[in-house]
Design a protein around this ligand. Structure first.
Ligand code: F6P
Length: 523
């Protein structure tokens, strides 16, 4: 099994440190553009369905060349190939990492494929075909007006983000609802507007043990029965790798997936059912094809012209050399309002680690915090800090050239604003009045799509998955487990028991005090 080398233990690492100290940290992008007439062309990168301008970033050809050396020294290419081939690169769970197989066309073999691949690919397509046929049935069933997805984390964020992003492609005769939070306000609010006979509940959970989803599923089943609903098989469908548990809950209409699909990478599997119902079989297949096209780019393009690689290297450069602690993501498309939330799980759950694959503790920082809101809204809220705050926070914009609405004038305005933000951040504006002074030289990346379609969204999401792989691989961490979420789950269970018993022994003073307070009924 191939294991990448931690980047902080390779020969190019100290070279990059010296380069940063002597040159990198002094880079002024305005001067860099004057000195390098081809800077825009050099730092432009096309990939399937996506164009990216990386030129308004704090790097030059020398820093990029050293970062590419760093990638080679860690064994990034071999690690990438091991992932595509189905090796068990998720070593702490001894699992393959094969979300790319979910979008691989049937009968395509890759060099180095592990022996199980052909069978896995056949299973993928059999489930995909069945899931898409079911989606088409639901689409043509006029009795179903509301689809409620109950799931959390990867079983919510992906379908929620995509159904919202692709609203122009959505079947108009159905409403889509997403319930994730164990806070009953959310489910209660959704149920209030529904009727049992016209609702389809999708219970989405890879493990089918997640406390929030199980609670919401039970409450939905109870509500359905209380409303006089009879046909659970016709109104509840489960998406899971744990089909035994779905049956135990009384749900017999099921679509499965596999332990080699991580929750935050599962939108391409049966977890995509709400999206398939929303945009139909053809749309979903286009989404998969967009993702596959990006996979092929990542798998085959030379590192220096490989968009996920270039983005991932920039992430390492910013996090470990500049010390930037977060990245702001701003899609300039109102329908992409769940995009930042989706990327938060993708990157922070994948790369929020401080121990390398070999168990050693890293000496360098890992995942930045990811946050953001669609533009232009963010401009009137937190962009002030991007322009004049004491911290430098890289911005990543997604802009879409062609609007899918007919309103005149809007699209030019939204695109001009996206471009103006990147320009203002870099160019700045000198003033003797400190309050009105814009320091400039602040980094941004602009990712451009021709239109927001199933195919372009698929390519964009696969691009983001792979850039997270690149930085995680350089850091030598396992981007595919999430042990950090476990402790809170165990403690919540313990507190629930203590709630009933009133037992406070062994708790810290704050938790004991708060529990005691919360156990007394609110007035
Ligand atoms: O608790 C974290 C997590 O395991 C995520 O990784 C996952 O996407 C989410 O919970 C939901 O898990 P499941 O799909 O098994 O309900």
């Amino acid at each position: 099994m191939f294991m990448p080398l931690r980047c902080d233990q390779t020969t190019p690492w100290p070279l990059l440190q010296t380069h940063f100290a002597e040159q990198g940290r002094h880079l002024d992008m305005r001067r860099a553009f004057e000195q390098d007439a081809d800077r825009f062309a050099h730092f432009s990168q096309s990939a399937p369905h996506v164009f990216a301008d990386l030129s308004k970033n704090l790097w030059d050809r020398d820093s990029e060349a050293l970062l590419l050396d760093l990638a080679r020294a860690t064994g990034l290419e071999a690690h990438r190939n091991a992932m595509f081939a189905g090796e068990a690169i998720n070593t702490t769970e001894n699992r393959a990492v094969l979300h790319t197989l979910l979008r691989r066309p049937a009968n395509v073999a890759l060099p180095g494929d592990v022996p199980e691949t052909a069978q896995r690919l056949a299973d993928v397509h059999a489930t995909l075909n069945a899931m898409l046929a079911f989606a088409e049935e639901v689409r043509s069933d006029t009795a179903i007006t509301d689809v409620v997805n109950i799931g959390i984390g990867g079983s919510d964020l992906g379908p929620h983000m995509a159904v919202r992003a692709l609203e122009e492609f959505r079947i108009p005769s159905k409403r889509f609802h997403f319930v994730s939070n164990v806070d009953g306000h959310e489910l209660h609010h959704v149920l209030q507007g529904l009727k049992a006979e016209s609702t389809l509940f999708i219970i989405a959970s890879k493990t089918f043990t997640t406390a929030e989803t199980m609670m919401n599923a039970r409450s939905a089943l109870a509500w359905f029965a209380a409303q006089g609903g009879q046909d659970v098989a016709g109104h509840f469908v489960a998406l899971s790798t744990n089909l035994e548990a779905t049956r135990a809950l009384g749900i017999t209409t099921t679509f499965g997936f596999w332990d080699w699909v991580g929750g935050r990478y599962s939108l391409w599997s049966a977890i995509g059912l709400p999206m398939a119902i929303a945009i139909g079989e053809q749309g979903f297949r286009e989404f998969l094809a967009g993702g596959h096209a990006m996979d092929e780019h990542f798998r085959t393009a030379p590192l220096a012209q490989n968009l996920p690689v270039r983005l991932g290297l920039l992430d390492v450069w910013y996090r470990n050399f500049y010390g930037f602690t977060s990245r702001c993501v701003a899609p300039y498309h109102a329908s992409m309002c769940r995009y930042a939330a989706y990327l938060q799980q993708l990157e922070m759950e994948s790369n929020g680690k401080r121990v390398a694959l070999d168990g050693s503790t890293l000496t360098c920082a890992t995942s930045p915090a990811i946050w953001g809101e669609p533009g232009t809204n963010g401009q009137h809220a937190f962009f002030q800090m991007l322009h004049q705050g004491a911290d430098v926070l890289p911005l990543e914009i997604v802009a879409v050239r062609k609007a899918s609405h007919p309103l005149p004038g809007h699209q030019q305005k939204v695109l001009a604003n996206a471009l103006a933000q990147t320009q203002a951040l870099m160019v700045g504006k000198a003033s003797d009045d400190g309050h009105r002074h814009f320091p400039g030289n602040r980094p941004s990346t602009l990712i451009l799509l021709d239109a927001l379609t199933p195919a372009t969204l698929g390519a964009l999401i696969a691009l983001q998955e792979h850039r997270v792989f690149v930085s995680g691989s350089l850091w030598g961490i396992n981007s595919f487990d999430q042990w950090g979420v476990e402790l809170g789950k165990v403690l919540a269970k313990d507190l629930e028991t203590r709630w009933d018993s009133g037992e406070l022994a062994g708790l810290d003073g704050s938790t004991a005090g708060l529990l005691q307070m919360l156990r007394t009924p609110a007035v």
